[in-house]
Ligand binder design. Structure first.
Ligand SMILES: [Zn+2]
Length: 117
């Protein structure tokens, strides 16, 4: 799948180092989880939540901001509104699901429709 806004390298759909620690912590606390949804907001805050194999939440949504004690004022006000999302993807745990299962869950969790190509 391709997005016209994608840059040369495909790093946008992978967890950054700072995010990996959070993801690992969320996975650890969520035995049902098959992955963690990562939502990046334009302000620099992040929202994450574990998802189970049915695409249902397997943890509460965790909002945080790198290097800060709390999320920004804007996020506190609009709770990380959808139109401010810059990237969203699911960091899959091993063993990974089939592509079809992934797409189904992504659509359910992230609300977009990445068309298989
Ligand atoms: Zn924010």
């Amino acid at each position: 799948m391709k997005k016209t806004t994608s840059k040369a390298q495909d790093s946008t759909k992978r967890a950054l180092k700072s995010e990996q620690a959070m993801i690992a912590g969320i996975m650890e606390g969520s035995p049902e989880a098959i992955g963690v949804a990562v939502i990046r907001l334009e302000c620099g805050c992040r929202k994450m939540a574990a998802v189970d194999k049915n695409g249902d939440p397997a943890s509460k949504i965790i909002a945080y901001r790198d290097g800060a004690d709390s999320i920004c004022a804007q996020c506190k006000e609009d709770n990380g509104a959808f139109h401010r999302v810059t990237e969203s993807f699911i960091d899959w745990a091993e063993p990974e699901l089939s592509d079809e299962e992934k797409v189904t869950i992504e659509v359910k969790v992230l609300g977009n429709r990445p068309l298989p190509q």
